[in-house]
Design a protein around this ligand. Sequence first.
Ligand code: FES
Ligand SMILES: [Fe+2]
Length: 325
Amino acid sequence: MKPRYPMPPYPNGWFQVAVSTEVAPGELKTLKYFGKELVLFRGQDGTARVLDAYCPHLGAHLGLGKVVDDNLECRFHRWQWAGDGSLMHVPDAKRAPAVKADCWPVDEKNGIIFVWHHAEGAAPTWEIPELGKVGTPAYVDWEVQKYRIKTHCQEIGENVTDVAHFTGLHQMEHPDQDEYKAWAEGHVFCAEQHMKMAKGAMAGFEVPVSTRTHGPGVAILTVLVDPIETVSFITQTPVDEESVDAWVNFTLRKQDDPEADRMITEIYKNFLNEQYQDDIPIWETKKYIARPPLSDFDGPVPLWRKWYRQFYSQSFDEDAWAKAS
Ligand code: FES
Ligand SMILES: [Fe+2]
């Protein structure tokens, strides 16, 4: 059957694989992303690392192993692997083979762990930004909701430019300040808009939303209504060719009143997740329209798609895909 979209499944960039609190020093976590089994582990030195899960020796799954100092020890024959893939220890052997495990670039910023995926194994060419004190005790702990969605990560991110779906699908009111601005800056796609909340405790309340999408997998939304500052990382990471894991990570700069922080967090987090859940059935069933017929009320979807192309190593022909039966 023809796939629902022409894009290759795994674009190049940084992708969330966990929040920092999911893996303490000395712990490991098995992951599946980009169609591969992976193991995330944190050494006693506090650094998070990711290796391909299958031990290069005789293929045991390293997720069954354990962290020893800053290395990952395979349970089968107790070989130890460093985070850069180096073989550090072979019990009882006088000679060890020259072999390396496959490792992934890892960056941990703002209390979130990201891996770099590149189809041709190229090193990172840009970084996820460090946002002041986000991820520290100056902000409330990340409120995290994770979803597994049958779609392509480009389709999720495209939402930011799909202006008409805010009033359509999400049934938001038209904001009083209805200017929408979007532009591309290298690997970052920027959007500025106002949103008027339609439902819940904040119905009728209008907020300015700044979105900065850093590559194919990470959108950072900030809402600043002095003195309230909220930050959301809306991220999506391909699991395999069929589905993505998506996170709605929400935090708030702490005020002096923990009860107020709790209430504001609750209201914003619920609002975000309700909107997000509206989109899921659309993403899971829609097909990609290569040349969409747009009205003057639609947002700059073609600009988004042109910007997103830079994250694919492989070329693909949308028109040929559209014509194929
Ligand atoms: S299979 Fe991992 S040490 Fe032998
Ligand atoms: Fe949406």
